[in-house]
Design a protein around this ligand. Structure first.
Ligand code: CTP
Length: 417
């Protein structure tokens, strides 16, 4: 990767015309206000890597909220303002842009959210997690496209290194541990030697971070192309155990995540499927600890619990003689996501076949006769209608009733008996 000092060409190549137009306009408006506006963070890193990243973060040396207000004025869009952080989010058409006043940050205690004061661009870059995420591109007309790289981020990008700025980085904000592993594995980089040892020393500090923030980091990992690489590295360094002491990665996850991607094609696996596989071997109590620590949303919680319940039924599902109606009754309460987890995680081919049979076929089965048909046949309305329908469903699932006549015959027999 050659040394680059101006990114104007890369911006033209990587960003859609509408965004390039916006950026140039933003530079002009900022200059008119005697302010300066920059692209910062991951989008700069990705421009240098020749990757498209439409997650646009802008930093302003000046008043970000007032500038954002001017930029959205002639657009049919929306602005959301956070005065206490001096940030604004503007959105129009399909674009979303974050604009923040350049700032300095300090931490009152490990794991706390930072205290924020306005600062220079250099301060704003220094407060960031890693040097590769601490570069900026100027947008004001006189300097349009210039790369600002006071901390040698480009050099680290070329050498494939993830490097923090100072010794307390992982202590101030231990979410950077997960972030560091995520970038390292996504980009096939390495944690620079001193950074790696600081990271190891900071692992215990992960306990200072709220479950909500850790959950956010996990959600980001599950959006990666290959989340298992991050978990493998986290397992190796003892980071995974901070989520739950019983979590381990012995290579099982890699195979299962790859299966999950196959099963989910053409989409990405949903996060709850990935999460259920991550926690698959936890005991009930450990799973509940994991759920409450991360304050997982209801739907994911349900998939995790259901996956545990299905795992507890694997013995019956592994028996080739288990009847289809029994398979149905073992599984009908659970969400398709948890059942898919069971197929992927279950290492028994018979259990997989049985679960698949349920998912593809059994769950859609219905008797041919309806409740009304039964009433017309003279069965009095009441709970016995439901009971008969259930018996008819079992007969259908097990192949004892194939036609409407079969079902009518069975109902006739049951009435006699
Ligand atoms: N950042 C940071 N420390 C954090 C979170 C974010 O320093 N704990 C900074 C980094 O400079 C990062 C930027 O804020 O680049 C934007 O954050 P985010 O959107 O999370 O990061 P991206 O680099 O855009 O990440 P990704 O490529 O994963 O979207």
């Amino acid at each position: 990767m050659p040394q680059v000092t101006n990114l104007a060409d890369k911006i033209e190549k990587r960003l859609p015309g509408e965004l390039v137009g916006f950026i140039k306009q933003a530079g002009k408006v900022a200059a008119g206000r005697e302010e300066a506006i920059y692209l910062v963070g991951g989008a700069v890193r990705d421009l240098l890597l020749d990757k498209t990243n439409l997650d646009i973060d802008l930093a302003v040396e000046g008043d970000a909220i007032a500038l954002a207000g001017e930029l959205i004025k002639d657009k049919d869009g929306k602005i959301t303002i956070h005065r206490q952080f001096s940030t604004a989010k503007i959105s129009w058409h399909k674009w979303r842009i974050d604009i923040a006043t350049a700032r300095r940050e300090s931490y009152s205690r490990p794991g706390a959210l930072p205290t924020v004061k306005p600062g220079s661009l250099k301060d704003d870059l220094f407060r960031r997690d890693f040097t590769i995420n601490a570069m900026a591109v100027a947008f004001n007309p006189q300097v349009y496209g210039h790369l600002i790289d006071p901390y040698s981020g480009q050099k680290d990008l070329r050498q494939g290194l993830i490097r923090v700025f100072h010794e307390k980085s992982f202590i101030d904000d231990s979410t950077r541990i997960w972030r560091g592993l995520r970038y390292e594995q996504r980009l096939d980089f390495q944690l620079e030697a001193a950074t790696l040892s600081l990271l190891k020393r900071g692992i215990a500090m992960l306990d200072t971070i709220s479950g909500d923030r850790i959950r956010y980091e996990l959600e980001c990992i599950l959006q990666e192309e290959l989340p298992e690489k991050v978990f493998r590295r986290a397992g190796e360094l003892g980071v995974l155990k901070r989520l739950n002491p019983s979590l381990d990665d012995d290579g099982w996850l890699a195979k299962k995540y790859s299966d999950a991607r196959q099963v989910s094609l053409p989409h990405k696996p949903p996060p709850d499927l990935y999460m259920a596989l991550l926690t698959y071997h936890l005991a009930d109590k450990e799973r509940e600890q994991f759920i409450s620590y991360l304050r997982l949303p209801k739907s994911i919680t349900q998939t995790l619990r259901d996956s545990g319940s299905i795992r507890a039924k694997l013995k019956e599902l592994t028996d080739a003689k288990t009847k289809p109606s029994s398979i149905y009754h073992l599984l009908y309460r659970y969400s398709p996501q948890a059942i898919t987890t069971g197929i992927i995680a279950g290492d028994s081919p018979i259990a997989c076949r049985n679960i698949k049979l349920y998912l593809d076929k059994l769950r859609f089965a219905k008797p041919l006769l309806s409740g009304n048909d039964l009433i017309e046949m003279g069965i009095p309305p009441g709970p016995q209608i439901k009971e008969i329908l259930n018996k008819l469903l079992d007969a259908k699932l097990d192949g004892r009733a194939k036609t409407r006549e079969d079902e009518e015959g069975m109902v006739g027999e049951w009435r006699k008996g």
